[in-house]
Design a binder for this molecule. Structure first.
Ligand code: SAH
Length: 502
């Protein structure tokens, strides 16, 4: 009996938190993953780079809930690889720096599973760097030493007399709760009380906060500042470089929460990043294509019956043509039809396929589309309107007053709940400053995810893409701080930029 060959396991470093601080190889591995096993402290945006079909398994610690024990993680990786899958084990920072990557790798190697390591940017170096602290400097430190401050998992504690002898920079991970133990230990071993110390929490994220002091006062200062883990402690003269090299904290980019469907978040995230914002992806809705429904099948089979094809979203265009071609349609059958698009983005999507929209209203709202299009229709016309199942407006009655309209459902929009706690943290921790709502469904999604408690939104500016979305926000008790003048993602970006510069 021959056994199938096991799949490969990639031990991939995700970097310290900032989305951009992953390697190209790491990102490629994520994009090819069939199974993605990840910890806490991983930038969410990275998870959405995996294909939709990727099985994503979270094995990190949650507040109430304990992490999957290490032997079970090892076994999980092994079993997934045995089934022939390409497995990506995504770890914070570098997989081999206090990441137990070594244990996982050996477990797999002993069982004949091929393993490839993609090193990552470790927080032990990037954290200090983002706080303006070089870990070495010719004048102050010719070595740096990274320690774990978590003694539960380690066989040995720290040998403070040895540490105090070292001339180089001392860096402690996982030591947040043990900060007093570390400072007392070093002082007790004779390290000068005036030795500079920095503690960097949530390094490289929008929540990064740094407190500096000395071995004698850092603990009190950290307590007063209310820092929370994860944090890195840096001990040594290099800490003083921060005065000149602190590039990140003063130039913090405003965080923008992206609530739309995960697959559609990347282009918006790229636009925001380009414009100087920091996108944070946390979808509250999911677009579910309905496939070739009997109505759609009938419309496609009888496409010659229609004189107008009307699209109310870029999604509608993509999904309609996907089904049209899959059902054996040929673009030449559409040669005699006229096309209408609700706005620029929808028209641009049509243009990509090779169709110029015959009608695009000046104002990108369904009322304008309805009125403008109705003025061009006669009783001899026949309109096909392939769109979202939750579309709910006066478009159909206005058009139907003139001619036959077939309103065909292409996709449903489902609310994704269950991420309430995470969203609350994003909204209240300083990670996010703006929340753009790009559809009424994102308003419902966030409202439901937060269990109807909108208080976390007091800390941020809510932005509406247009009047329909703004209306839904007000109905739920949420006042838009800004509303886009042009009702598109470009329009949202424009008001965000104005507000950032104001
Ligand atoms: N493999 C990881 C470290 C894992 S141990 C790496 O190379 O970065 C987890 C510890 O790393 C945390 O307790 C904390 O001390 C540190 N850490 C990880 N990410 C951090 C971040 N963004 N900010 C501050 N400390 C971080």
């Amino acid at each position: 009996m021959s056994e199938a060959r096991p799949g490969k396991v990639y031990l991939v470093g995700a970097g310290p938190g900032d989305f951009g601080l992953i390697t190209l190889k790491g990102l490629e591995a994520i994009q090819q993953a069939e199974v993605l096993v990840y910890d806490r402290l991983i930038n969410e945006n990275l998870l959405y780079r995996a294909p939709e079909s990727t099985e994503k398994i979270y094995v990190g610690k949650q507040a109430a809930n304990h992490a999957l024990p290490q032997d079970q993680i090892n076994e999980l990786l092994y079993q997934k690889a045995l089934s022939g899958k390409t497995v990506v084990r995504l770890k914070g920072g570098d997989p081999y720096v206090f990441g137990r990557g070594g244990e996982e790798g050996i477990y797999l190697a002993e069982r004949g599973v091929p393993v490839e390591v993609v090193p990552g940017i470790t927080s032990s170096i990037a954290g200090p760097a983002y706080a303006g602290i070089p870990v070495t400097h010719r004048d102050w430190a010719s070595s740096f030493h990274v320690f774990t401050g978590n003694f539960k998992d380690e066989v040995r504690g720290l040998n403070f007399p040895n540490l105090a002898e070292l001339e180089g920079t001392l860096i402690f991970l996982m030591g947040f709760g043990n900060l007093p133990y570390i400072t007392q230990g070093l002082l007790g071993a004779g390290k000068p009380a005036a030795t500079p110390v920095a503690v960097v929490s949530h390094a490289t994220t929008n929540r990064q906060q740094t407190v500096t002091g000395t071995l004698s006062d850092i603990e009190q200062k950290v307590r007063e500042a209310g820092l929370t883990p994860p944090a890195i402690t840096i001990v040594g003269s290099v800490v003083s470089c921060r005065e000149q090299l602190n590039f990140f904290e003063p130039n913090r980019r405003p965080g923008v929460l992206i609530l739309r469907d995960a697959r559609q978040s990347s282009p918006f995230a790229a636009m925001l990043r380009e414009a100087g914002f920091r996108p944070v992806v946390s979808p509250v809705i999911k677009i579910e294509p309905l496939g070739l429904t009997p109505e759609l099948k009938d419309a496609i089979a009888n496409i010659g019956r229609y004189t107008w094809l009307v699209f109310t979203s870029p999604n509608g265009v993509s999904l309609f043509f996907r089904q049209f071609l899959a059902a054996g349609g040929d673009l030449r059958q559409l040669a005699g039809l006229k096309f209408a698009a609700i706005g620029k983005a929808t028209a641009a999507n049509l243009a990509n396929i090779g169709f110029t929209a015959d009608y695009v209203p000046n104002k990108q709202v369904s009322d304008s589309l309805a009125a403008g299009l109705a003025a061009q229709l006669t009783a001899a016309d026949c309109v096909l309107l392939p769109r979202s199942a939750i579309a709910n407006n006066a478009l159909v009655p206005t058009l139907a007053a003139k001619c036959r309209v077939d309103d065909v459902k292409l996709y449903d929009t489902k609310v994704q709940t269950g991420r309430g706690a995470e969203l609350k943290t994003l909204l209240t921790s300083g990670e996010v400053q703006y929340v753009p709502f790009t559809s009424a469904s994102t308003v419902d999604g966030l409202y439901q995810a937060l269990g109807g408690d909108l208080a976390p939104l007091d800390n941020v500016k809510c932005v509406a893409i247009g009047p329909v979305t703004a209306k839904r926000m007000r109905e739920l008790g949420l006042a838009p701080a800004l509303t886009a003048r042009e009702h598109s993602l470009d329009g949202v970006l424009a008001v965000l930029k104005e507000d950032m510069q104001a």
